[in-house]
Design a protein around this ligand. Sequence first.
Ligand code: IPE
Ligand code: IPE
Ligand code: MG
Length: 241
Amino acid sequence: MSALGPSHRLPRHIAIIMDGNGRWAKLRNLSRDKGHVRGVEATRVAIEHCVRLGIENLTLFAFSTENWNRSGQEVDHLLALLAEALENESSLLLKNNVKVKIVGNREDFSGELQKAIAKLEIATQENQGLRLFIAAGYGGRWDITNAVRTVAKKVSAGTLGISDITEDSFSEFLSLGGVTDPDLLIRTGGEQRISNYLLWQLAYSELYFTNCLWPDFSESELEAAIKSYSGRQRRFGLIGE
Ligand code: IPE
Ligand code: IPE
Ligand code: MG
């Protein structure tokens, strides 16, 4: 049973830094790989619960630009798990009317992973339910730099004037262009930092940090975060009256 009632204000967009897989495994004397496998299961639970709650947008941090610096073995395992999950979860995502988009720099991914991404994006593109963004090969600085390049190309081609560059028009060139900014950022695993996630888009998000390790993140953990969000007063620089 959901602990959320009609009095709880739902975020339109939830972003999550799914952290703590390695520590979850270490606590159990398991390999980090096992932690990541359990992390995929927690991800499925979170997605399905967002669908049930009627959340419009969910953006999950799966693999950062900095995660490329982990051991080759761990990187290979993480990216293989991602490819496998995109493949295996496809029918469940379709059933749940979820529209999937992978955001991040996919150029360095294997051909197999790039194919799995394209296949799932095409298979779910007409879906009208939850919009699921998976940030992989993603870094906030990469995102902004990439958008600057696009803008610079347009300016030099004469299709965009310098005076037309505004916060709104610029944000259209970011990975989440056109998507409402995250209302709520959840980070599991106890660290209280952004780790180069959605640097532009988190400007006014409510931040929620929990010590819960990602493989333990459950429906009730998600609801606790939403409840906390729901009780906050967002002022956006105004005064609270
Ligand atoms: C999150 O868990 C998964 C990724 C960053 C890909 P970690 O692997 O960072 O787990 P900890 O932080 O070492 O516990
Ligand atoms: C952030 O977690 C990236 C993802 C969850 C994909 P990290 O574990 O990589 O972040 P740091 O290194 O603790 O900042
Ligand atoms: Mg970590």
